[in-house]
Write a protein that binds this ligand. Structure first.
Ligand code: A3P
Length: 275
């Protein structure tokens, strides 16, 4: 079996990687980035690929394609520039990613919302006969840095610090900023991905068309995402829950919220990054 390092080494110079901690809004970014990159070949019509395909099947995870399904993705079948997704921490990226000219987009989200989103997701995916993960126990572990991709602070800070050192290489985005100023950040994303909006597209309202196509309300209500499954077997609907900022307030006690805020303060105060 070929290693992940081999696969990443095999990516082309103009490839783009989307990196996220799970439940940070990966599905949304996959939809936006796929649509941006392919908008010449796939204009926004009722036949757009997103209408019939979940974003996760349009932009595959490199590490899951390899390890979960035990098969090497057919890299040659992807149109160039190719778009892949990863949940790997920055420190786990092979040297070839740093050495090549491929670009990275990192999306982060308030760790409190990520925790609540993850807990719902994990429970939704667990088979019926498996005990549901306890909220308190999972929270306790999350605070200690025990989560699927390692401590959330290490994951975020790895990409954040590198984005400051090398902004041409890494675009660092926040879910909350995208929600607040979607047009601004979509334009930044398009420029970073080397496919900026033309004046004609701006006049024709393509920015808003893409945002509407990829909006939570639109994607969630498509048949494919209501009833379908993604290629890994997970229900598509599991990727669309509430899509809101601050939903943690409905699940974490004030004490839990304070506890996570203290950790966030301790870990991020010197970074210049806040939530
Ligand atoms: P919630 O559980 O808070 O609703 P990921 O895609 O990384 O797995 O993250 C999933 C989270 O992103 C879920 O958050 C989900 O509802 C939200 N999400 C999915 N699609 C979205 C979209 N188009 N716009 C905004 N949020 C979206």
């Amino acid at each position: 079996m070929r290693s992940l390092a081999w696969i990443i080494r095999a990516t082309k110079e103009n490839d783009i990687l989307l990196a996220t901690n799970p439940k940070s809004g990966t599905t949304w970014l996959k939809a936006l980035m796929f649509t941006l990159l392919n908008r010449k070949d796939c204009p926004i019509t009722k036949d757009h690929p997103l209408v019939t395909t979940n974003p996760h099947d349009l932009v595959p995870f490199l590490e899951f394609d390899l390890y979960a399904n035990n098969q090497v993705p057919d890299l040659a079948s992807f149109a160039s520039p190719r778009l892949f997704s990863i949940h790997l921490p920055f420190t786990s990226l092979p040297k070839s990613v740093h050495e090549s000219a491929c670009k990275l987009v990192y999306l982060c989200r308030d760790p409190k919302d990520v925790f609540v989103s993850f807990w719902h997701f994990a429970n939704k995916l667990s088979p019926q006969n498996v005990e549901i993960i306890s909220f308190e126990e999972t929270f306790h572990k999350y605070c200690k840095g025990v989560s699927i991709c390692g401590p959330f602070w290490d994951h975020i800070l790895g990409y954040w610090n590198e984005s400051l050192r090398n902004p041409e290489k890494i675009l660092f985005l926040k879910y909350e900023d995208m929600k607040e100023q979607p047009r601004l950040h979509l334009r930044r994303l398009a420029e970073f991905m080397r496919c900026p909006f033309s004046a004609k597209e701006e006049t024709e309202g393509v920015v808003d068309e893409i945002l509407e196509l990829c909006s939570f309300g639109n994607l969630r209500n498509l048949e494919v995402n209501k009833d379908g499954k993604v290629s890994t077997g997970a229900e598509s609907s599991a990727f669309f829950r509430r899509g809101e900022v601050g939903d943690w307030k409905n699940y974490l006690t004030a004490e839990m919220g304070d506890q996570l805020d203290e950790i966030i303060e301790e870990k991020f105060s010197e970074s210049g990054l806040s939530f």
